[in-house]
Design a binder for this molecule. Sequence first.
Ligand code: GLA
Length: 708
Amino acid sequence: MHATPPLVTFDPDLGHAVLRTPNSVYTLRLGSDGSPRHLRWGAPLDDADLGATPDAVSRAASSFETEAAADELAPQTGARFGPAGLQVRFASGTRGAQWRFTGHTVEGGELRLRLDDRHHPLRTELCYRVRPGSDVVERWTELTHTGPADGPPDPITVDRLDSASWTAPPLADYRLSHLTGGWNSEFQLQRDRLPVAETVLTSRRGLTSHHANPWLALDDGTATEERGEVWSTALAWSGSWRVTVHRDPAGRTTWTGGFGHEGLSWTLRPGESLRTPVYAGLYTPHGFGAASRAWHEHVRRHVLPQPDRDRPVLYNSWEATGFDVDEAGQIRLAQRAARLGAELFVLDDGWFGTRRDDRSGLGDWTPRPEAFPRGLRPLADEVHRLGMDFGLWVEPEMVNRDSELYRAHPDWVIHSPRLDATELRNQLVLNFARPEVEAWAGETLDRLVRENAVDWFKWDANRAFTEAGWDGHPDPDRLWIDHTRAVHRVMDRLRAAHPGLRIEACAGGGGRVDLGILARTDQAWTSDNTDPVDRIGIHYGFGQLFPAQAMAAWVTDSPNTATGRRTPLRFRFHVAMAGALGLGGDLTAWSVEELAEAAELVAAYKGIRPLVQRGHLHRATTGGAVTAVHYAAPDDSEHVLLTWRPTTRFGHPPDPVRLPALDPGARYLDRDLKQVHSGAVLVRHGIDPRLPAGDYASSLIRLRRVES
Ligand code: GLA
C-alpha cells in the first residue's frame, strides 16, 4: 500500500516545492536569480515522474526575449516584459525588487517562501495552502518593510501587489471563460479564444462589480461540460481588482491578479506589512462541469460560514411595495407569505429615516415614524408569531446628502474636496476605512439586531466609488483596501456577536459576489432581474463558481417588472427552485388558484432543498432548446432534474436529457410516475424531460435509487 504523499514538500537543496491535491500537482522551483519560477500545474505525477520531467527553467531565445520560465509573482526587474505582479518604488526613485531566497516554512498544507530584496529593506512571502480532499490551491502574498522603526522613514510605495501569478501549461490553443454583465444582467458567461495580447479583467468601482467577476477559466478550446482539462482561478476580494491575462507571442499564457485597479498606490513605512486576499486556483481534468462542482465543494467546505444550514424560503417585499412600506401593509404580506410556506420575511428599503424614495434618509437607521409609529418591533414580533424569521434591508455604506447622518458628518464620505462629488442614485459612499465610520456602522447594525430581534440582514450597496479621495490622509488610496476590509470586519463581528444572524450579500443585485464576501454571508442576491428567462442565463454564469445554496432566486409577478414578459407561475417557480428559493411578488394581488399552486410548489421545493442546496450540480442542454440542471445527492440516493424550454419550435421536440452522473449499473425510480428506469438508459440515452406543449414549459423530475 502506498502512503499518501504529503500535501506540501519543499526541498531546500533543489529549491523545489511540490503541492499535491487529489487530482492535481503544482510545482515550482527557485530560479538562478532567487525568484520562484513556475514548473507545472496539472494532472498528478508521482515523485519519480516529476523528477524525470524536463525543467521548464530554460534560457531566453535571444537578447530580446524574456526567460522562458514564468514567475510565481513577477517583480519589475530583469528581462521580464509582461505584466508585473509586484511593482514597488523606493525613496531613491528605484523601481522593482531583486530577490534573494531567505527561507521557507511548511506547516500542514501551508508553504511560505521568504524572499528578501537584495538592495532594500523589503521582504515578501509567497504563501500557498492546500487542504485534504480539495483540488484548490490557495495563494496570497505578504509584503513587509523590514527597515527599523527607529531608522530613516524611507517609505516604500507599492504600485501593485498581486495575490498570485498563475501559469497554464503549453497548450495547442487557449480559450478564456469569464463573466461579464451589468445591472440586471449579471454573470453572463463569455467563452472566447484568448488573443495573443494582454487581456485585462477588472473592476474600478470599489465593488466586485456587475460588469466583471474575478473568476476565470482557461482550456485549450476543446473542453466541454464533461471532458477536458480546465484551469480556473477566483479572487476572494469584494472591492476593486485587476487580473491581467497574458498570452505571449511565444505561446505561453500566464495571468496575475489581486486587489486594486491600475493607478492606485499604497505606502509601506518601516515595520508595516500588506497582506493580499487569497487567490484560489483549481485544476480539473474533467471539464467545466467538474470544475464548477469542485469550486462548489470548496465554497461549501472552506468559504461559507454555515454551509449545512438550510437556506430559508424567504419573502421579500421590494417588488410588491417598493418604498411604500408601513406596518399594516407589511403584516398583510407577511400573513400571506407565511401561508405559502415562507420561513423568513424581509422588510426591504423605505422603513427608516425620511425615506419615501431614493432621495433622502440613507444613513438614518431608525424606523420612519409615519410608517412604523411603534417602531419595527411589533412587525418583527408578528413575523415571528407567524413562524417566520425577521429580515431587514440595510445599506450601511451609503448616505443621502439629505439625511441627519450627512448633516452631522459630511466629512465621513469618500470625497476629494477639490472635485465635485458625483451622486449616483442620489447617494454618496461612506468611507468605512475611517475607524469612526466602521465603529458607527458596527454599533448601528448591532443595535438594530438587538432592538428588533433581527434574524437576517440584506446588506445592500447601490453605487460605485467615484472621486475617491481621503482629505488629509497621508496614504489616501488605502481606502480602496481598507473600506472593503472594514465591511468584511463589520460583518464578521456582527456574526460573532449574534451567532444566529444571517446576512445576504447584495449590491444592486449581484454587484458584489466573490469568495471574500461569501466567507461572511450566507447567500447573495443574484440579480434585481427576476425575469425567469433572463435568470436561466444569469444562473448558468453564477453557477460556474458559486453553489446553488448561495444563489438567491425569487418568484415575482407576471408581467415581470424588468422585462414586461408574461410567464406561467410554474415556470417562474421551476427556475427559482434551482437556487435558494424566495418569493417577491405582490401576494395581495395573486388569485386563490395562484396562491394554492404557489403553496404546493414551495412545499415541493422544501422536499428537494437538501439536494439543490447541498447536492452536486450537473448542467445539460439538449436539442429542442431545453436547458436542464440535475442535482445529485453525493451518495447517489436521490436526484432532482429541473428542465426549462422558454420557446418552442415546430418540428423540434425536446431531446432526452442525458444524466451522466448516474450509476449505469443501478436502477432509479421516478417518484412521480412510479416508473423504474435503468441507470444505463438514463446515462447513455437520457430521460424524457416531460415538457408540456407551448412556450415557458418546465418540469421537475425526482429520481430515487432503488434496489434492482
Ligand atoms: C437594490 C437591491 C434591490 C432592492 C433595492 C432597494 O437595487 O438589489 O433588491 O433592495 O436596492 O432600494
